[in-house]
Design a protein around this ligand. Structure first.
Ligand code: HEC
Length: 441
């Protein structure tokens, strides 16, 4: 690679924030991981059919604001516990155990992010929160079932009427080829220098459950054990990466970050390995559902059918069923208790089985079907798409579908997923309830 070009890019990354937005969409070093042909094309979401900017959100943050305005809920500002941070987590039902820590310099407040002051991210099934020590605003992204990712800031100042302010400036980075061309979520893995400035030459700009663990967590802290498997977390600057090359798992398998960073004032001393893996599955899932939602709306308005979206829908089903998930090579264990917390959220069937139960030896989850199948975003997909997905899913799980694409899904997994869904998922079409002639596989 041309050295001048490299320096030019580094200068840009360190410099003008507007240009950084363009760089996040830079395609050259992206690891090819296509969900369907054209998955990275931008969708014209500001135009009439979607009308993203003009449509008010009705998502979880909008609903919380309404409850706050009516006086039904009052957030507490406490400088000791991160301003609004802990009170907001509680109001939204987000566990501090979900905390992960990222020190690469991105976001509108990137000058405040550094290896000594990482950004803490928290999440549940529909909201993500970013907190940086001393920063003027909390950064929030929510999943609106119709609009997809919607972005807000909450000013970190003690006022009687705290207000979530929708901020479309965030889309400079949060709507690009790396978010499937829709307003959405970003999780990346890049080497950084000692200050946390990323080196765009090596890395993955959209980490999800398919990404090799060896390529993950550049720019992140990671607490947890992972046996012989290596990763890029906890490594800051060239010298550290150099050492890791000589000594695999240098700064791997860490159960405490004490030696690396002072986390006084943070909600938790963890950047939990299992939380990271769930976050990475989830963020891409949300982008995918948003893309399906938009594309269905556009196809229906243009053609009154969704036949052209078949391959997109198949790609989504593959993601939903973890078909191309990267296999785990060693046992994974987190440190914050996130795994137990998350697994207990259910829903469970009568035999206690749930899509939130972990495997963590060969793969992430015990039953490879995303827990986000229960999410509002999935349930509120436009009807023709939702019906199509459920029909195909039923074909796959009953074994009626024998295509090579899903051949990797073992018969016992298919049966378990089918049984769990029948018992726990509401609003399934009637044909899901009846045992098919000939029975499940
Ligand atoms: C300069 C690019 C950039 C801008 C602008 C930006 N972000 Fe981000 N954001 C990122 C990147 C990259 C990540 C992934 C984590 C990382 O690598 O730091 C991220 C992650 C997040 C996350 C974690 C979950 C998710 O949705 O990806 C939240 C929440 C978030 N940003 C909120 C915001 C908000 C709110 C704004 C606007 C006020 C904003 N961001 C503006 C680059 C940006």
């Amino acid at each position: 690679m041309n050295h001048n070009l490299l320096n030019w890019i580094r200068g840009l990354v360190a410099g003008d924030r507007r240009i950084v937005g363009v760089l996040v969409a830079w395609p050259i070093w992206a690891v090819a991981q296509s969900d369907f042909q054209g998955a990275t094309h931008m969708v014209p979401f500001e135009e009439d059919t979607i009308s993203y900017n003009k449509t008010p959100s009705t998502g979880p943050i909008a609903r919380l604001q309404t409850r706050m305005d009516r006086g039904e809920i009052k957030l507490k500002f406490d400088p000791q516990s991160g301003g609004w941070r802990d009170s907001l987590l509680e109001a939204l039902g987000i566990s501090p155990k979900s905390q992960t820590l990222v020190f690469s310099k991105t976001s509108l407040q990137r000058e405040r992010i550094a290896p000594s002051t990482p950004r803490a991210l928290f999440f549940n099934d529909e909201v993500y929160i970013g907190w940086i020590p001393g920063a003027p605003v909390l950064e929030i992204s929510e999943v609106d079932a119709k609009l997809g990712g919607v972005f807000y800031t909450l000013e970190q100042a003690d006022t009687a009427r705290p207000k979530f302010v929708r901020n479309n400036q965030c889309l400079e980075c949060h709507a690009s080829a790396k978010t499937m061309g829709v307003p959405g979520h970003l999780i990346r893995s890049f080497k950084t220098d000692e200050q946390g400035i990323i080196d765009l030459i090596t890395g993955v700009s959209e980490v999800n459950h398919r990404t090799l663990l060896e390529d993950r967590w550049g720019g992140w802290y990671v607490t947890g054990t992972h046996g012989k498997t290596t990763h890029r977390g906890n490594l800051v600057g060239k010298a550290a990466f150099q050492k890791a090359e000589e000594k695999p798992n240098y700064l791997g398998n860490l159960t405490s970050l004490k030696k690396l960073v002072d986390l006084e004032g943070y909600a938790a001393p963890h950047s939990d390995l299992v939380a990271l893996m769930v976050l990475e599955h989830e963020s891409h899932f949300h982008n995918f559902v948003t893309r399906l939602h938009y594309e269905t709306q556009m196809a229906m308005s243009r053609y009154q059918h969704i036949r052209y979206l078949r391959s997109m829908a198949e790609g989504f089903l593959k993601y939903l069923l973890f078909i191309e998930e990267t296999p785990l090579k060693s046992k994974i264990k987190g440190t914050s208790g996130f795994a137990d917390y998350f697994a207990a959220l259910g829903p469970q069937d009568r035999r206690g089985r749930s899509f939130r139960q972990f495997d963590l030896e060969a793969r992430l989850f015990k039953y490879p079907c995303s827990f986000l199948i229960y999410s509002e975003a999935f349930d509120l997909l436009p009807k023709p798409m939702r019906e199509h997905l459920l029909r195909r899913l039923h074909e796959i799980l009953t074994g009626e579908d024998t295509s090579a694409e899903f051949a990797g899904l073992a018969p016992d997994s298919r049966r378990a997923i089918l049984e769990i869904l029948r018992e726990t998922k509401t609003n399934l079409p009637d044909y899901w309830r009846a045992e098919r002639v000939g029975g499940a596989p």
